[in-house]
Design a binder for this molecule. Structure first.
Ligand SMILES: [Zn+2]
Length: 377
């Protein structure tokens, strides 16, 4: 399997699998990828975190080197189509000029196609000894598949560098903020609205908590790469009817974190801030990732990208979080880059597309990264 035409066919095949999460149903897509990589001599293992929620690891046979492999990683699931009608069939992979349309075209089936093509190419060259390809399920719902893999890192073997093939327009990014989702629950006492003095209004408490959250200061210096943490109150609900004093309300909070701000620390800070107004529940979290721009391998990848694209990469971070939040710490914190052919602005959009030309470029970049890894380590 070679050539950019094959990469396009492959991407169209990948787009044709409906892996919208929920429910995900990544198993058919995983077995399609598994067949191709097994044909190229890879040892393929699958892991289900729930029925039909299959992640897949492909390693060259006999990869046990303590020197560590380079791991490319991507997720198979996509987000739903949204309410707006699509002009292009989201599962057909229609090509118009330099664009391939479909759900997941950018986020991130183009990344998967480039990974598969790279794996095939390296196998054909006989130079795939220290390459691991990881395809995850459930990324769009807080990295469920990667979280499950992180409990079984032996499936991957020793990893020395991680490339997350999420959409970056082929520019290497050095990491991303983490995320923490919290819910603040406030309680009160119900009463008839005409006699509010007999009740205790839970919505007033929620409102006070919201105003405190709006002005929250995390007391951490800005991270040189990731900047400062952010907070957004995204949901608020409470009360059953207008003519009652509400006895319950809740507020949903999204916090984007930098290294050093652990869920425990943030939870303590929020609890201290809202004091007796309510209780704080941790819903979910993702760890921040920040790779040192001076890392030797990072410099190597920057050079490769510059050679292939003609553009000199600058140290920058991704706006979104990725599977690296779970994988990087589980693998012993290898240097981690986010680098893929999709367009970040196209992620989760109606009429999502990626550029055909970027696909071949990504295969070239990944191949050179893997070859250099094998040569120098
Ligand atoms: Zn993604």
């Amino acid at each position: 399997m070679a050539g950019s035409q094959n990469a396009i066919f492959l991407l169209q095949e990948l787009i044709s699998f409906n892996t919208i999460n929920p429910p995900g149903n990544e198993d058919e897509c995983a077995s399609f990828i598994s067949d191709i990589l097994a044909d190229h001599g890879y040892e393929v293992k699958t892991l289900e975190f729930a029925p039909k929620r299959t992640s897949l690891v492909a390693r060259s046979k006999g990869h046990e080197s303590s020197k560590g492999a380079i791991c490319f990683c991507g997720h198979m699931d996509t987000v739903p189509l949204g309410n707006a009608p699509w002009e292009h069939d989201p599962f057909a992979g229609e090509i118009v000029d330099d664009k391939i349309y479909g759900r997941g075209a950018s986020d991130m089936k183009s990344g998967l196609a480039a990974m598969i093509m790279t794996a095939a190419r390296l196998a054909e060259m006989g130079l795939n000894e220290r390459v691991v390809m990881l395809f995850t399920a459930g990324e769009e719902t807080f990295c469920q598949g990667a979280r499950y893999i992180a409990v079984h890192p032996e499936l991957l073997g020793p990893i020395g560098g991680l490339v997350v093939c999420e959409p970056t327009s082929s520019q290497p990014l050095l990491g991303h903020k983490g995320a923490i989702h919290l819910r603040v629950h406030t309680k009160g006492q119900s009463a008839h609205a005409s006699m509010p003095e007999l009740g205790d209004n839970a919505i007033y408490k929620a409102a006070e908590a919201v105003m405190k959250l709006r002005d929250m200061d995390f007391n951490v210096p800005a991270h040189p790469l990731l900047g400062s943490p952010t907070l957004n109150v995204g949901t608020i609900s409470g009360g059953k009817n207008i003519n009652s004093v509400p006895d319950y309300a809740s507020v949903g909070v999204d916090i984007r974190t930098v290294p050093g701000l652990t869920p425990d620390k943030v939870l303590d800070q929020v609890k201290g801030l809202i004091a007796d107004k309510g209780e704080v529940e941790l819903i979910n979290y993702a760890t921040p990732v920040a790779t040192d721009p001076k890392d030797e391998w990072v410099k190597e990848v920057f050079d490769i990208v510059e050679k292939v694209t003609g553009e000199k990469p600058q140290p920058a971070a991704a706006p979104y979080f990725t599977d690296a939040s779970d994988l990087t710490p589980a693998l012993g914190n290898p240097p981690t880059l986010i680098l893929g052919p999709g367009e970040a602005e196209m992620a989760h959009r109606t009429d999502e597309y990626c550029y055909v030309s970027k696909l071949a470029e990504a295969v070239e970049i990944y191949t050179q990264i893997a070859l250099k890894w094998g040569e120098t380590r």
